[in-house]
Write a protein that binds this ligand. Structure first.
Ligand SMILES: [Zn+2]
Length: 341
């Protein structure tokens, strides 16, 4: 247990944000003693982060960190996301990289059927030497760190070239300053479209998850992270489902490392306003199995289902024989103590 309140709060922030100790400590020292460690997003910022996590939820290439995110620095109307840059990341093609996968996920491409792939209305710009994602109509910004701006621009150019070859319109290149003709329908939808409204209603939830993505490293040795949504059957907003596939070194011993994770995710100082609804835990069985935890907020729309998919040794033997980089994953694992208050 850390000795001072500052150190104790720094440890929590470092676990949840992935920020280096010194950076986390400086942020904690700048806060009042009872201020939350991770700022909540403004409504506009939460909506942008909701679209961003939707785009990121199913990574297009293998990543070491959950969703490829090393660390996150959150403020009310801005989020700085530092991505991993790992040469060995591979997706569908041999030269698929994290940055290329990210560009494919977020850059809006207009298809001839009237659909837009990526985040309609989103634009990337280099501002003060950093790459920033914004969306028309929202006072919000996501700064994409970890990549050199020229690497991002090269990846964006490649995505645009490939889109043109496929008969799609790269909205960013063709209309950098305003909505592209392909996107106009999305612009008009605004808050009148049921799906946009659905997303915006519970945007605080994916925003809160994104702001704590590095905490997923505490579940077990991270293997892959995916998320998807349904409409919440019990109320307005979305039901977010997150599947954290991991290796648990002590599987079968009855140790449930998802419990400290959930405790941190709902911690008053660094967590989200979520309460446990139901837990289906199979840790004690030791089988290649999963545990599920269902959470909701009292007073806010939206719901969260966390799936903790535990992989057993036979799977790892195969994984270790490939470029899966198991040892690097092992080093990412952050084991939380059972109590940390
Ligand atoms: Zn369990």
């Amino acid at each position: 247990m850390k000795r001072t309140a500052i150190d104790r709060r720094t440890q929590k922030l470092a676990w949840a944000s992935g920020l280096p100790w010194k950076v986390a400590k400086a942020r904690v020292q700048a806060l009042a003693a009872h201020q939350p460690l991770i700022a909540e997003a403004s409504r506009d910022q939460a909506v942008l982060e909701c679209h961003f996590l939707h785009a990121l939820a199913r990574p297009r290439c293998t990543t070491l960190h959950p969703w490829g995110i090393r660390s996150v620095a959150a403020s009310t109307s801005r989020l700085v996301v530092t991505f991993e840059t790992v040469q060995s990341n591979r997706g569908e093609g041999d030269d698929e990289t994290t940055v290329l996968g990210l560009m494919r996920a977020v850059l809006p491409l207009g298809g001839d059927s009237g659909d837009v792939y990526g985040i309609a209305g989103a634009r990337l710009r280099v501002e003060d030497g950093t790459v920033v994602l914004r969306r028309f109509g929202l006072n919000a910004a996501i700064q994409l760190d970890g990549f050199a701006p020229h690497a991002v621009q090269a990846a964006a150019m490649r995505v645009a070239d490939e889109a043109r070859q496929d008969g799609m319109a790269p909205c960013q290149q063709e209309s950098p300053e305003r909505w592209h003709a392909c996107e106009r329908e999305y612009m008009r939808r605004g808050t009148t479209d049921w799906y946009e409204t659905l997303m915006a209603t519970s945007a605080w939830l994916p925003s809160g998850l994104l702001r704590r993505a590095p905490l997923l490293r505490a579940v077990g040795i991270p293997l892959s992270t995916t998320a998807w949504t349904d409409a919440d059957p019990y109320g307005p907003g979305e039901l977010w489902k997150v599947d954290q596939e991991h290796f648990e070194p002590q599987a079968g011993s009855g140790v449930s490392h998802h419990r400290p994770f959930i405790a941190m995710l709902t911690d008053p100082e660094c967590g989200m306003p979520l309460a446990l609804e139901h837990e289906a835990c199979r840790c004690a069985t030791g089988r290649c199995d999963d545990c599920r935890v269902y959470l909701r907020s009292h007073g806010r729309p939206g719901r969260l289902e966390m799936r903790f998919t535990r992989r057993a040794d036979f799977y790892l033997e195969r994984a270790q024989s490939t470029v899966f980089e198991f040892e690097r994953r092992r080093r990412l694992y952050r084991r939380l103590p059972a109590t940390f208050r």
